[in-house]
Design a protein around this ligand. Structure first.
Ligand code: GLC
Ligand code: MG
Length: 243
């Protein structure tokens, strides 16, 4: 197997089974050493919550970190975000106007300040009313001329992002930057905010065994090719899928 780009979500995908993660770390770091394989973490966590996870878990140092649902990119080991990606996201994005619009929806509870970042506004939203509320919110945003996207995950988290930004778009940006074709990229995930990574044409994907219905239903509906749905959970599922 030659050099490839390994992209994984963290919570309930890479992280969640420590024994399997240790084995995956061993294989990936060997592959990186021998073939120059690139390791990319792609998470919805903010920089603050990502650092917290790094302290709690035994994880490899990635080559790139994609944070806050694809709206922040850090080159590995750097303290500086990728300015070019921020510039792409800023085009047409008016966070204050988005927040002013969401204020008309009392069912949206803002997430903690640490999760509110320049290109992401995040809320808790109950699954029971989510479908109707999201469609009303989308109408309200369009009426205000705000061309943004909503990403709903795990029947509880609603992220509002610039139209140009999500995990899939961030990965595509890195593929271009690093000259890594989709055929040499493997993306792994378990929930709604990972969907954009799986939707990219020709992406090879691993939907881990503990994945949420929102991903499973998409997989059943679309039957995408080059997609593995292993039995095992978290890193165990990634190992199974890679094999
Ligand atoms: C993480 C983030 C949160 C986001 C959620 C789903 O929990 O901290 O901001 O809404 O993932 O994407
Ligand atoms: Mg996850």
């Amino acid at each position: 197997m030659s050099k490839f780009m390994f992209v994984s979500d963290l919570d309930n995908t890479l992280v969640g089974d420590e024994t399997a993660l240790a084995e995956l770390n061993r294989l990936l770091s060997k592959h990186r050493e021998q073939h120059g394989t690139l390791i990319v973490y792609s998470t919805a966590r903010s920089p603050t919550l990502y650092q917290q996870l790094r302290r709690e878990q035994d994880m490899l140092e990635p080559d790139f970190t994609v944070l806050s649902v694809g709206t922040i990119i850090y080159p590995g080991g750097s303290d500086h975000t990728d300015a070019q990606w921020s510039e792409v996201l800023s085009e047409g994005w008016d966070r204050d106007a988005v927040v002013a619009t969401t204020a008309h929806f009392p069912a949206l509870t803002p997430q903690p300040d640490s999760e509110q970042t320049p290109h992401k506004a995040s809320y808790f939203l109950s699954g029971a009313i989510a479908d109707d509320l999201i469609s009303q919110l989308q109408d309200a945003l369009i009426q205000k001329g705000l061309d943004v996207q909503t990403v709903y995950s795990s029947r509880q988290d609603l992220d509002i992002l610039p139209r140009q930004g999500n995990k899939g778009a961030a990965v595509a940006f890195l593929q271009q930057r690093l000259n890594m074709p989709q055929s040499h990229t493997v993306v792994c995930g378990d929930s709604g905010n990972d969907l954009s990574m799986f939707q990219a044409a020709n992406a090879k994907g691993i939907i881990v065994g503990n994945a949420r219905d929102e991903l499973r239903e998409w997989h059943q509906r679309e039957s995408p090719k080059d997609m593995s749905v292993p039995q095992a959970r978290c890193a165990g599922g990634i190992l199974e899928g890679l094999r």
